[in-house]
Design a protein around this ligand. Structure first.
Ligand code: TEU
Ligand code: CA
Length: 537
């Protein structure tokens, strides 16, 4: 069975706000992405996922949309977007957009009109009249804290599972689904190749009753992965998506591999792939803010489970919401480069479509911020405020933010050792990481031993390897530091050996060296510190 184009693809996620600023307002923009298409072509990625660039007040950096069919002037114009799609297409690069349809901005005209209880837009959202001065239920939100806010004018409550500026859409109203279909068609007719679908498994709220008390997300049993959520996805697929050559990858929270099968098995005709979170929760206790020491074995066990349970899926180690992988799963000190390359071997040799997040190809690290003054992320600010209200000591609060804040992934892309890392000539919207003089694309492009050069070679290897693109996955061995698995297609097999430790480790195997992040000709039965080794069996 031949792979679909998005199964053979290597996808590159761009957070436009932090990619490249060309009009010197300190904010990345669409012309900045256009100017770097040759850099991306040279990396041999063939699909870009753009985080939201729609018109937005920017309370959640674009995940609060006030106009789905116009571009945020901070990023550019619709004609810039048309140019980007065209220029990327000429380089064989497709584009997928970020579809954020669980909620809109509170500045969206639909929401502004819905404040009038007689408006036809009233039931686009969840409005409740105030009866006793208390929120209509006990639900708690994704950014910590409450999920109901009052409209000052009417005193009525409205539901928002994220920030109060992100009111939830009401999918009990068929008019909402029709609006979403128009949005999909608008962008697909412009030539985009699909969507990354934001928190796509919480669209259907079964009821607004109180939820069972939980440490996080009280009330979530009423809206996670409901049957009617599947029905909505089937409708969007049948009525719109199936009419285009496109794919969807859904961000799905709190799901198991069994749940995932119900979203992405081809016969379900809902989504093509999903982003799961379980492997990103292997270094925490209960919630991501309570980090534990990273134990590679837990990561290996989770990856093996998901590789076995799903015939195909999206693979990622970083995105705009997650800390940088080299700081989290590798070693961003002495072994930064070699461990960043080892993580590239993991990402690009698992079965499934690999997603690389901007800067991951350079081995960019978590931020070096010193205080909350440097933080921009609404989630981090809300969580810090909540922690302070719970009298968690300042030092502990800052440690939580330092390790987990989404801003770790949102510092400006490090293009060069010039001022502001070549990202902008003016003060950037968020501080540049102080290590930009050491870690930047300009140096790595011409350095044959750089992380960037390693990514290029590995992506090229993957493109030319039917085993890596189509082969089966078999776990061979793992322990607290080593992970060994095999990819097989027909008669050919590749053994992948990963050492997640800073020590040499012995492991006997046959096979000739196909690829490694070390200079070696033969395999001598010893894995170097943070070695990622491919053996042709
Ligand atoms: O994130 C969904 C979400 O649940 C995040 O809060 C995520 O769980 C957490 O940050 C990861 O540890 C999506 C977008 O990716 C995020 O940027 C948005 O803020 C959020 O939805 C609301 O649209
Ligand atoms: Ca700009």
């Amino acid at each position: 069975m031949t792979n679909k184009w998005w199964q053979d693809a290597v996808v590159y996620q761009i957070y436009p706000r932090s990619f490249l600023d060309t009009n010197q307002d300190g904010i990345g923009d669409l012309p900045g992405i256009i100017s770097k298409l040759d850099y991306l072509k040279d990396l041999e990625v063939n699909c870009l996922w753009l985080c939201p660039v729609y018109r937005s007040p920017g309370k959640d950096n674009g995940y609060d949309i006030s106009d789905y069919t116009d571009i945020n002037p901070e990023f550019g114009t619709l004609s810039d977007m048309d140019l980007l799609i065209r220029e990327a297409g000429q380089r064989g690069i497709k584009i997928i957009m970020d579809l954020v349809i669980n909620h809109t901005s509170d500045q969206h005209p639909w929401f502004l009109k819905s404040k009038d209880k007689n408006s036809p837009y009233r039931d686009y959202y969840f409005w409740k009249e105030d009866t006793n001065g208390k929120p209509p239920n006990n639900w708690t939100g994704f950014f910590g804290g409450k999920t109901w806010s009052k409209d000052p004018g009417s005193g009525d409550w409205y539901l928002h599972l994220f920030a109060k500026e992100q009111p939830d859409l009401n999918y009990h109203n068929p008019a909402v689904i029709e609006e979403i279909k128009s949005i999909l068609k608008f962008w697909l007719d412009k030539g985009i190749a699909g969507f990354r679908c934001d928190v796509i498994n919480i669209l259907w709220k079964e009821s607004l009753n109180d939820g069972r008390k939980r440490l996080i997300l009280t009330g979530s049993e009423h809206y996670i992965s409901k049957q009617r959520n599947h029905d909505i996805l089937k409708t969007l697929r049948k009525d719109v998506l199936d009419l285009y050559d496109c794919f969807t990858v859904g961000e799905t929270v709190f799901i198991t591999p069994e749940d995932a099968r119900d979203f992405i098995l081809p016969e379900r005709k809902e989504l093509d792939m999903i982003f799961s979170f379980e492997h990103m929760e292997t270094d925490q206790i209960i919630v991501k803010w309570f980090k534990t020491k990273f134990k590679p074995k837990k990561l290996f066990q989770t990856l093996i489970k998901w590789q076995k349970e799903l015939p195909w899926n999206a693979n990622y180690l970083e995105n705009h919401d997650q800390p940088r992988s080299v700081s989290r799963f590798g070693n961003d000190g002495k072994h930064r480069e070699v461990s960043a390359k080892m993580l590239a071997v993991l990402l690009l040799t698992l079965r499934g479509t690999p997603f690389i997040y901007q800067g991951q190809e350079l081995g960019m690290t978590g931020f070096d911020f010193q205080s909350m003054e440097d933080i921009r992320d609404v989630e981090s600010i809300n969580i810090h405020r909540l922690a302070k209200s719970l009298h968690i000591p300042k030092k502990i609060r800052w440690q939580m933010i330092r390790r987990t804040s989404r801003d770790n992934a949102r510092t400006p892309f490090q293009w060069s050792d010039e001022n502001y890392a070549g990202f902008t000539k003016e003060t950037p919207w968020i501080k540049v990481n102080g290590n930009y003089k050491r870690i930047h694309a300009k140096e790595q492009i011409k350095n044959p031993d750089s992380v960037l050069t390693f990514y290029k070679k590995l992506i090229a290897l993957r493109k030319n390897s039917v085993v890596l693109r189509k082969g089966s996955f078999t776990s061979v061995y793992y322990d607290k530091n080593i992970f060994v698995y095999k990819r097989t297609y027909e008669e050919e097999s590749i053994l992948v050996l990963l050492n997640f430790s800073d020590r040499k480790i012995e492991y006997q195997s046959s096979g000739s060296v196909l690829f490694t992040n070390y200079k070696r000709e033969l395999y001598d039965g010893v894995l170097n510190p943070y070695e990622g080794l491919l053996l042709q069996l």
